[in-house]
Design a protein around this ligand. Structure first.
Ligand code: PLP
Length: 465
């Protein structure tokens, strides 16, 4: 008869099998080795085979090799390859080998980063990386960082901090008294704010219908000239990198206005904040230090593995109070990660981020970010030369928006490029028209990949003629 002890014996055996982890990591590794040859998106066959996972929960313990074999065969084939060099969908970064290796090493430690006493190494790396980020982005020295899952959660945390501060300044403790009957908070943002900003506004009880939505210019930048009067109960939400055009709002002009009036400025810089870490693109983020909170992540532009969001806040008390579980205080002298994130238990995602920054250094970060921009420029100029395609945005960062003469053609071309699988791109709407979104976000992309992808675009537009 199987007992808990026999189950334990099986598990101990698995743990002590020296080749067990090596064997089962091999499939993932082999897939990665093929990155240049792999299609950016799974084949139709691989997608069909996903139905193999549709089974009811087994009644009894299965052979471990069967479990992992199923994953190796049908999981691997149906994964999307952001490392292919030709995946240009959404804004999905690749992975730096140093980050992947640091992650692979540290998964065996399985650290919980809630408190310093639970994981001293995580607490140390979080405080070191916080210091590096403050320097890299040129933020006020008082700025603290929380290591969250992505920019969505960063945006949510930053707005929670802003909400806490604005209400606390009016003698209203939102943690205790809630939002019902609270003094009004104004939210000013552009009609091009990212959908995760809209979500953060809703989650924080700020009400999307209460927002003062400001029109944008032809690149998707908030019209600074249309900004209403600001005051100390206003949150102004700006963006570094429009998710379609890659455009940056004018942080200097708006930041100065906000500082005069005591308004809180939050910058959503998911992929664009990294412009600040370059010498050639730094002009795009001029004035970012005038904000009070910033959201960005490692998993897009910096190419860390997924699950690497960063919330940074120059009002440490507000961030800690908004996210704190038991009171509005910070324990001085220690780094307890849970005061800067919504979660208590959390994996030690800082490790991959630390490894990326420690390896690249200032120069390497500059080269990476600037390199993605140059590839975007290459794509834009090559696609402009193909009849039927027009680039409709100024390529200031890593995003290229491509349009065909008619929306129907643009839609057909997107479907055709996706079916061809040389590269992967998605569509969007820009100024009322359909566009193809091209985001250059992986360090693996080469000039050759760009050329091959431009050829795939050409084939797609001629195919339907
Ligand atoms: C991707 C993105 C987000 C959301 O970030 P996640 O890391 O996916 O949660 C927010 N804002 C902008 C501008 C983005 O590009």
């Amino acid at each position: 008869m199987r007992t808990f002890e026999t189950l334990q014996a099986e598990l101990f055996n698995q743990l002590q099998d020296q080749l067990f982890f090596a064997r089962h990591s091999q499939t993932g590794f082999e897939q990665l080795q093929e990155f240049g040859k792999r299609a950016a998106f799974p084949s139709e066959e691989a997608l069909t085979n996903l139905s193999r996972f549709e089974e009811s929960l087994p009644g009894s313990t299965d052979a471990i090799d069967d479990v992992l074999q199923l994953l190796a065969t049908h999981g691997s084939a149906a994964s999307t390859s952001y490392m292919s060099g030709r995946y240009f969908g959404f804004v999905n970064g690749g992975m730096l080998p140093v980050s992947l290796a640091a992650k692979a090493m540290s998964i065996f430690w399985d650290q919980n980063t809630a408190m310093e006493v639970i994981s001293p190494i995580s607490a140390k790396l979080e405080s070191v990386v916080q210091g590096w980020l403050v320097e890299l982005f040129g933020l006020p020295h008082i700025t603290v960082a929380g290591f969250v899952s992505g920019t969505s959660v960063s945006n949510f945390c930053a707005l929670a901090a802003a909400r806490w501060r604005i209400l606390a300044n009016q003698g209203w403790n939102v943690n205790a008294r809630g939002m019902h009957g609270a003094p009004a908070i104004r939210v000013v943002t552009s009609t091009q704010a990212h959908s995760t900003i809209v979500k953060a506004i809703s989650l924080n009880g700020l009400g999307t219908e209460q927002v003062e939505w400001i029109e944008v210019d032809n690149q998707g930048r908030i019209r600074a000239d249309l900004l209403p009067e600001l005051d100390a109960s206003t949150i102004v939400i700006l963006q570094a990198g429009n998710v379609n055009s890659g455009a940056f709002d004018d942080f200097q002009t708006i930041g100065e206005k906000a500082q005069e009036t005591g308004a809180w400025v939050h910058i959503d810089g998911a992929f664009g904040l990294w412009a600040q870490a370059t010498s050639s693109l730094k002009h795009l983020t001029r004035g970012i230090q005038l904000a009070t909170s910033w959201a960005t992540d490692g998993h897009k532009t910096l190419n860390t593995p997924y699950d690497s969001g960063l919330v940074m806040c120059a009002d440490p008390q507000a961030l800690a109070a908004a996210l704190h579980m038991s009171g509005d205080y910070i324990i001085e002298g220690t780094r307890d990660g849970m005061y800067y994130t919504p979660e208590m238990s959390r994996r030690s995602r800082v490790i991959e981020l630390w490894a990326a920054l420690r390896y690249l250094g200032r120069d390497g970060i500059d080269l990476l970010v600037h390199g993605l921009h140059l590839l975007a420029n290459q794509f834009a100029s090559q696609i402009e030369a193909v009849e039927g395609f027009t680039v409709v945005n100024e390529v200031v960062f890593n995003q290229v928006l491509v349009q065909c003469p008619k929306d129907e053609i643009t839609e057909r071309v997107i479907r055709s490029i996706q079916a061809d699988r040389t590269c992967w791109v998605g569509g969007s709407k820009w100024m009322g028209r359909k566009v193809i979104r091209v985001s250059i976000c992986s360090w693996t992309t080469t000039t050759e990949d760009i050329a091959r992808s431009v050829d795939a675009f050409s084939r797609a537009i001629t195919a339907g003629q």
